[in-house]
Design a protein around this ligand. Structure first.
Ligand SMILES: [Zn+2]
Length: 208
């Protein structure tokens, strides 16, 4: 593939783990019986972003990890970093999360109204649905649940097309163990993103 049209900004929601200490309050699964233990959402998010970057490099798709630290970088700082890149490049932002609060499946958030982000979200949903035909999908809940203030912040304040993906529910024991806590599940999630990114790079016009 020629140089990719877009610079893909990847955002791992929340903090990671420093010296065995998770950097973010809450944002974790329940404790499951051994050998499973507990999932920290920020660790999962980083696992997906690092996989996506590795696979994207292989296909010549340009990426930037806007939160490479393990520290929980503030949302406003993440927005600044993303907007800085967008000054220079044609960017698309993908913010990676896992869901909680009782439920199942995958949700992709965009900002209110019909925007380029909706087209991107639709393609991600298509590719994720191919990979996970058994999963429930919900899209564009921008007029919905006000509890989701932090997921909305980054897509609202960044100036490029932006989507926020809630990959399954970490407080759903079956989904957490099947998709979020296994290498195989994480690889499948990252693969489905890559399929969407390749599709957007090669088969769409005028997304800017
Ligand atoms: Zn999150």
């Amino acid at each position: 593939m020629a140089k990719s049209k877009f610079l893909w900004l990847l955002d791992s929601g929340h903090g990671g783990v420093i010296n065995g200490e998770y950097q973010t309050g809450g944002k974790r699964s329940p404790e499951f019986k051994k050998p499973w233990g507990q999932l920290f959402e920020g660790e999962f998010n980083r696992g997906i972003v690092s996989r996506v970057i590795e696979k994207a490099n292989y296909y010549g798709i340009r990426t930037v990890n806007i939160c490479p630290e393990e520290e929980d970088i503030s949302l406003s700082k993440r927005v600044l970093r993303a907007n800085d890149w967008h000054e220079k490049e044609n960017c698309i932002l993908v913010s990676v999360h896992a869901n909680a609060g009782g439920g199942s499946g995958i949700e992709i958030f965009t900002t209110p109204g019909e925007t380029k982000s909706d087209k991107i979200a639709t393609i991600f949903i298509e590719k994720m649905a191919e990979e996970f035909p058994e999963a429930r999908f919900r899209m564009d809940l921008s007029d919905g649940d006000p509890d989701k203030e932090s997921p909305f912040f980054i897509i609202r304040h960044t100036r490029m097309p932006a989507i926020l993906i809630e990959n399954f529910f970490m407080d759903n024991e079956e989904e957490c163990k099947k998709y979020l806590m296994t290498k195989e599940g994480r690889d499948r999630i990252a693969d489905s993103y890559i399929k969407a990114m390749i599709h957007i790079e090669t088969r769409t016009k005028n997304l800017r």
